[in-house]
Design a protein around this ligand. Structure first.
Ligand SMILES: [Cu+2]
Length: 123
């Protein structure tokens, strides 16, 4: 009895490990679109940032068009500390945030309370 229980638990654990390593973990990632002399991407704010990971090209001015659909006060500000951006996001309105990523790397951004996170990858 105990043996079969251990067996079942082991199988469940193995299944979990397989899922963890080989399953599809949907992390939304999107690249900005280059338009002439700048790059642009839309980010919607709804329970989190969509896409959560934004890929930008190094050295090209970027416009991130935020649109907040989530009324929770948690998400009413967005902070890109590496780029000196700290803005209030209006509800249901396009709100452009502009900066130029001068260095390659990964840079986090977050809500005003640093609870909800997104990431900028500069290549
Ligand atoms: Cu928050």
């Amino acid at each position: 009895m105990v043996n079969s229980l251990v067996m079942i638990l082991s199988l469940a654990l193995i299944a979990f490990i397989i899922w963890w390593f080989f399953g599809k973990h949907e992390v939304s990632q999107q690249e900005a679109v280059v338009r002439g002399d700048h790059q642009e991407i839309r980010v919607s704010v709804d329970g989190g940032y969509i896409p959560q990971t934004i890929v930008l090209k190094k050295g090209l001015p970027a416009t991130l068009i935020f649109n907040r659909k989530d009324p929770s006060s948690c998400l009413d500000q967005v902070v890109f500390s590496d780029f000196g951006v700290h803005e209030d996001l209006p509800m249901k309105k396009d709100f452009p945030i502009q900066f130029t990523p001068e260095e390659a790397g990964e840079f986090g951004f977050a809500c005003g309370m640093n609870m909800i996170h997104g990431k900028v990858i500069v290549k």
